[in-house]
Design a binder for this molecule. Structure first.
Ligand code: CP
Length: 309
């Protein structure tokens, strides 16, 4: 196939073929990342800006490094210290930046839908680096890439997503991506953290489960989500201790599961809450592999939206 999309906004709008195309493209960048000289001239002369209106470590640095490895000029923008603090809107800011000759804008924003709004107001390509509680497409792509690499494929696997589904853009993008590629998705958590309408996202192959011990036995992969305390009004469970007891991935619980169970986490990790430190750092964890793969996936995404073959 040929890549024809100008933007990468969400996985909801991508076909399985387009998702696989990005993952296949990332394979060649992963090989490049193992060379002593990790830089290629693909985006030489192009300018990419990271516009981060919300905190980030992994996504921000990964996009920066991906752009630099592709030889692009990289601009960094964060809310603090800019005219946004004086009241300038995101769109005014973006149009002023575009006037300087930018080719790709990578946007993280706390408002769901912000990248779609931006894409309507600028002529350059827009990549969604996480919008509110809506989508985080490159996180899901790197998760899919990692599952494919570790398990040898995605179709037919049972993949559990555990915890704070209600506030998670990672969960939403993963649900779209996994189901499009033929996986069965199990959403595990307390009823208060799983939206009532989640099974009405319009996708088949999604099941809700409130029994973590069953999930550990049945799933080939568990993607442990961070409890997003900062997005919650009232605490949706009686105590952290009870949450750990019911849904935490502890060494004892993991020992009762499949031997080949793969443990993932998008980060940042609340150690000792959704996942115990021994499990996060243990042999079944691929958390740092996800981060490494994120670089190759973001190189592929930037090259594609920049329109460079
Ligand atoms: N996974 C993820 O989006 O992490 P950051 O918030 O650090 O970018």
């Amino acid at each position: 196939m040929q890549w024809v999309r100008k933007h990468l906004l969400g996985l909801e709008e991508l076909s399985a073929e387009e998702i696989n195309f990005i993952l296949d493209r990332a394979d060649s960048f992963k090989e490049i990342c193992t060379r002593p000289n990790k830089k290629v001239p693909a985006l030489s002369g192009r300018t990419i800006i990271n516009m981060f209106f919300e905190n980030s470590t992994r996504t921000n640095l990964s996009f920066q490094l991906a752009a630099r490895r592709l030889s692009a000029d990289v601009l960094l923008f964060s809310k603090a210290g800019t005219s946004v603090a004086k009241g300038e809107t995101m769109i005014d800011t973006a149009q002023n930046i575009e006037a300087m000759g930018v080719d790709v804008m990578v946007l993280r924003h706390g408002a769901s839908g912000a990248p779609w709004k931006l894409a309507r107001c600028v002529s350059c390509a827009v990549v969604n680096a996480g919008d509110g509680q809506h989508e985080h497409p490159t996180q899901a792509l790197l998760d899919l890439y990692t599952i494919r690499e570790v398990c040898g494929g995605i179709a037919g696997l049972t993949v559990g997503i555990v915890g704070d589904i209600a506030h998670s853009r990672v969960a939403r993008s993963n649900i779209w991506g996994l189901t499009k590629l033929g996986a069965r998705v199990m959403l595990i958590g307390p009823t208060t953290l799983i939206p009532r309408d989640i099974e009405r996202m319009g996708v088949s192959g999604v099941e809700v489960c409130h029994d973590m011990d069953r999930a550990v036995r049945e799933c080939r992969v568990l993607n442990m989500l961070r409890i997003q305390f900062e997005r919650q009004g009232e605490r949706p469970f009686p105590s952290i201790r009870e949450y750990i007891q019911m849904f935490g991935l502890t060494r004892e619980r993991l020992a009762k599961g499949r031997e080949d169970l793969v443990v993932m986490h998008p980060g940042p990790v609340n150690r000792g809450v959704e996942i115990s430190p021994e499990v996060a750092d243990g042999p079944q964890s691929v958390i740092l592999r996800q981060v490494a793969n994120g670089l190759a996936v973001r190189m592929a995404v930037l090259q594609l939206v920049a329109g460079v073959e």
